[in-house]
Design a binder for this molecule. Structure first.
Ligand SMILES: Nc1ncnc2c1ncn2[C@@H]1O[C@H](COP(=O)(O)OP(=O)(O)O)[C@@H](O)[C@H]1O
Ligand SMILES: [Mg+2]
Length: 191
């Protein structure tokens, strides 16, 4: 599985290098990052002794490192507030994708070049199961999103679709400054 993901990542990279159109390059680069996020998950799952459950906090740590490494932004920090939360392995890939999208958005949109800041990544127990929070103190969402489907990009669409699949509730709010997204995820038997 892990090698297959690396193969897909290599194919995407080859294609990305051949493309000239900046929009297409950006789209392919985004897909490459998503495949890499899933690959990170599989690396972790293979390393862990328990194959049925994984520790979401350890995971979140890796994803934060990867996101900052890919962005190459020394002026953006991620503070991780994580409790050890054991989650079924089947949820690993969708959760990694969601956290990855939110981190990349916070870095790319919250902190345009020249503006650094802090992203809080929270992974904690909640009444229903697990609470995942990504809050940045960046420039914030445009107050009036130009109406039309273009105002919601692919990233947020992916977050909403995966949240639905996970039966999670997503709340986006103005963190004044910045943006806050909270996912409440019902997980049976979480420990
Ligand atoms: N953390 C954030 N801070 C500021 N703006 C954001 C943030 N997250 C998302 N946005 C805004 O929402 C838009 C849609 O995000 P998204 O669906 O991920 O598409 P994309 O990242 O491809 O532009 C972004 O273009 C950006 O304007
Ligand atoms: Mg995005």
């Amino acid at each position: 599985m892990k090698n297959n993901l690396q193969l897909i990542a290599s194919l995407l990279l080859l294609q990305t290098r051949r493309v000239r159109d900046p929009a297409v390059k950006k789209a392919l680069g985004g897909m490459l990052e998503r495949v890499n996020a899933v690959a990170t998950v599989h690396r972790r799952l293979f390393q862990s002794e328990d194959v049925a459950m994984f520790d979401l906090a350890a995971f979140a740590h890796d994803l934060a490192d990867d996101a900052l490494g890919a962005a190459d932004r020394g002026d953006v920090k991620i503070s991780l507030d994580a409790q050890a939360v054991q989650v079924p392995a089947a949820l690993a890939a969708p959760l990694a994708l969601v956290i990855n999208e939110l981190l990349l958005d916070a870095i790319a949109h919250g902190f345009p070049p020249g503006r650094g800041g802090l992203i809080k990544l929270g992974v904690t127990h909640s009444r229903r199961g697990v609470r995942i929070e990504v809050t940045d103190n960046g420039v914030g969402m445009a107050v009036e999103p130009s109406s039309g489907p273009e105002s919601v990009g692919l990233g947020l669409t992916i977050v909403d679709l995966l949240a639905q699949q996970l039966r999670a509730e997503v709340t986006r709010s103005d963190a004044g400054p910045g943006v806050s997204t909270v996912l409440e995820l019902p997980v049976d038997g979480v420990s």
